[in-house]
Design a protein around this ligand. Structure first.
Ligand SMILES: N[C@@H](CCC(=O)N[C@@H](CS)C(=O)NCC(=O)O)C(=O)O
Length: 202
C-alpha cells in the first residue's frame, strides 16, 4: 500500500490527497509532527533531503515534491488524460506545474502563511504576484474549462488548493468569476475531497 507523509494543513499535501481520491487509490496517511520537527529527522531526510512534506512511498519507490508525486500517480495509475504523452500537451501541463511551484508558492501560498500562520513575508510582492497570477488564470479560464488541456489534468490539481484557500490569505476571488467557476467544477468531480477553510461551491 502507498504511504503519504503529510501535514494536515498543507496545501501541497492536499493536492496529493485530492488526486489519490479522484483516482480512487487507497493509501496510508502518516501525519508528520511539524512542531516536533519530525520532517527534519535523519530518517525523514533520507526520504526527502529538503526536509519537507509531502513524501509518497509506493513499495520501494520514494517520491518527494507534490508536483512530482502528481506526475508519478498520473503516469502510473491514471488515464492518459491526467498527464498527456503528446509533446505539446505535456509541455503545457509542465508549464502549469512550474507555475504551481513558483507563482502559486510565492503568491497565494505566502499570503496564507502570513495571515494564517504569522510568517513574515514581503506583503506587497506576494500580493503583486497573486494579482498577476489570478489575472492570468482568469484569462485562461474565461474561455477554457481547464488549465492545460480540454480535459482536467494534474495541472489543475497542482494549482487548485492555494486558490481555493485564497480567503485564508485575505485574497478576494470575486473579481475572477472564471476562476470561481473552475473551483466549482473541481469540487463537483466524483471523489473530490476538500480541506478546512476552502471556498465552498454555491
Ligand atoms: N516544492 C515542494 C514544497 C514543499 C513544502 O513547502 N512543504 C512544506 C509544507 S506545505 C513543508 O514541508 N514545510 C516545512 C519546511 O520547509 O521546513 C512541494 O511542492 O512539495
Amino acid at each position: 500500500m502507498m504511504t503519504l507523509y503529510e501535514f494536515a494543513l498543507s496545501c501541497n499535501c492536499h493536492k496529493v490527497r485530492l488526486l489519490l481520491s479522484l483516482l480512487d487509490i487507497s493509501y496510508q496517511s502518516i501525519a508528520v509532527n511539524g512542531s516536533e520537527r519530525q520532517h527534519k529527522t535523519e530518517n525523514f531526510l533520507k526520504m526527502n533531503p529538503f526536509g519537507q512534506v509531502p513524501v509518497l512511498t509506493d513499495g520501494d519507490i520514494v517520491i518527494r515534491d507534490s508536483q512530482a508525486i502528481l506526475v508519478y500517480l498520473a503516469r502510473k495509475y491514471g488515464n492518459e488524460h491526467w498527464l498527456p504523452t503528446d509533446a505539446a500537451a505535456l509541455g503545457e501541463v509542465m508549464a502549469w506545474l512550474s507555475s504551481a511551484a513558483n507563482e502559486v508558492a510565492m503568491g497565494p501560498n505566502r499570503l496564507r502563511l502570513h495571515f494564517k500562520f504569522g510568517r513574515a513575508i514581503n506583503l506587497d510582492e506576494s500580493r503583486q504576484i497573486t494579482s498577476n497570477l489570478l489575472n492570468i488564470l482568469q484569462q485562461r479560464l474565461d474561455n477554457h474549462r481547464w488549465l492545460a488541456a480540454d480535459q482536467i489534468t494534474v495541472a489543475d490539481i497542482a494549482v487548485y488548493p492555494y486558490i481555493a484557500l485564497a480567503q485564508e490569505g485575505k485574497i478576494d476571488l470575486e473579481p475572477y468569476p472564471a476562476v470561481i467557476a473552475w473551483i466549482n467544477r473541481i469540487q463537483a468531480l466524483p471523489g473530490y475531497v476538500g480541506m478546512p477553510g476552502m471556498r465552498q461551491s454555491e
